[in-house]
Each structure stands twice: as C-alpha cells, then as structure tokens.
Design a protein around this ligand. Structure first.
Ligand code: THU
Length: 160
C-alpha cells in the first residue's frame, strides 16, 4: 500500500475589484450572461464567460427544460458554442458565476462534475490549460488548470 499526497493550488480573492483586470472583465461578462439564463425551474441563474486566445469573449448560461435532463449548464453551453464556432481557437480562461433568490452565491460557485469533465476534454483538445475563475460574494477562487478541480479525471488514455 502506498499513500499519495496531491497538491492542489487555489488562489482566493475576497472581491472582484482585487482580481487582475482581465479576470475582472471576464467575471463581469459572466455576471451579465447569468441575467439571460433560462432557469424557471431551479431559479438558479448561472453565467459563464470564456476568453479565447484570439481575444474573443464567448458567454453562456444555463438552459433548463421541463424534462429536467434535457437542460444544460452554463459552462457547457459556452464551451460547446466556442468549440462549434471557433474550433481551432484555444480557451484561455473561463469565469463562472451564479445567483439565486438571495443574490450572488456566498461561497464561490462550484462547476458540476460533467462541466469539469468537459473542461478536461477542452484542455486535452487544445493542449493548453484553462484558467478557471469561480465567482462568489465572499470569495472568488482561481484554479490554473482543471487538474486542480478534477484530479484523477477520465481521459482519452483511460479508453486504452
Ligand atoms: N448549473 C450550471 O449551469 N452549472 C453548474 O456547474 C451547476 C449547475 C445549473 C443547472 C441547473 O439549470 C441549475 O444550475 C440548478 O442545478
């Protein structure tokens, strides 16, 4: 038996104004996008904004459906749109935000497992890690690369 210790880095900020300027812009774009979410069932509006390496900002938000599993999370709406529209352009960063009836979430928003898995695929596809910025009222967290959010992920080599 062997015990392994993993090192995961997370950079924490207490407000959006403390962030580097490029990150601030991306968080604000995500917040704007969250206002356009279609979330009548959960009343939980999520927004995502991607910064592409060509400078383009692509946004997405959660799109729900009365048949619940037919909906899609904000992160994947943005990632899939970016990959469908700019297939050869890398995603440098993603900002995610969410608010419910009591406003912006207190703790930083946490992407679901499927969205994390989609970020893994994007990183592998583009051979470049993604800066992940998770917005919240009391705390904003930044992860440099999805390995910090989803260690031991299922990857193409897992199919071998
Ligand atoms: N949601 C997202 O958009 N992203 C996540 O990472 C977690 C959850 C959405 C899905 C659903 O519309 C609502 O939040 C409540 O789960």
């Amino acid at each position: 038996m062997r015990t392994k210790e993993l090192r995961i880095f997370v950079y924490e900020y207490s407000s959006v104004s403390e962030l580097p300027e490029a990150d601030q812009k991306l968080v604000l774009a995500a917040r704007e996008a969250s206002d356009r979410a279609y979330a009548p069932y959960s009343r939980f509006n999520v927004g995502a904004a991607l910064l592409l390496e060509n400078g383009e900002v692509v946004t997405g938000n959660n799109q729900e459906n009365a048949a619940f599993p037919s909906g899609l999370c904000a992160e994947r709406v943005a990632l899939f749109y970016a990959q469908a529209t700019f297939p050869d352009v890398a995603v440098k960063a993603i900002a995610v935000t969410a608010y419910g009836d009591r406003g912006l979430v207190d703790d930083s928003v946490k992407p679901c497992g499927s969205c994390r898995q989609s970020m893994v695929e994007t990183e592998i596809r583009q051979k470049h890690s993604i800066r992940i910025i998770l917005d919240g009222k009391k705390k904003i967290q930044i992860f440099d690369g999805i390995d910090n959010l989803l260690p031991f992920a299922f990857k193409p080599e897992s199919l071998d």
